[in-house]
Design a binder for this molecule. Structure first.
Ligand SMILES: [Zn+2]
Length: 66
């Protein structure tokens, strides 16, 4: 009987599974992006995956300076 000191599966993963509004499909690691201008409406919050954020030069809402 050997004791293993494996830390096990990490419980917290930074990736999230959701709908990417840019390539219109579910993707892993989506981040909240606010893409709709709020000039004449309530605005909308959309999610984008990593590749789409690079392609469209999107900045996650959480990373924007307030
Ligand atoms: Zn995407």
């Amino acid at each position: 009987m050997a004791e293993s000191t494996q830390p096990g599966t990490p419980a917290t993963t930074p990736t999230s599974w959701g709908w990417c509004a840019w390539h219109q499909s579910y993707a892993r690691g989506v981040r909240l992006i606010r893409a709709i201008e709020q000039g004449s409406g309530p605005g909308a919050s959309l999610f984008a995956c990593g590749p789409c954020r690079k392609t469209h030069n999107l900045t996650p809402l959480a990373d924007l300076p307030l």
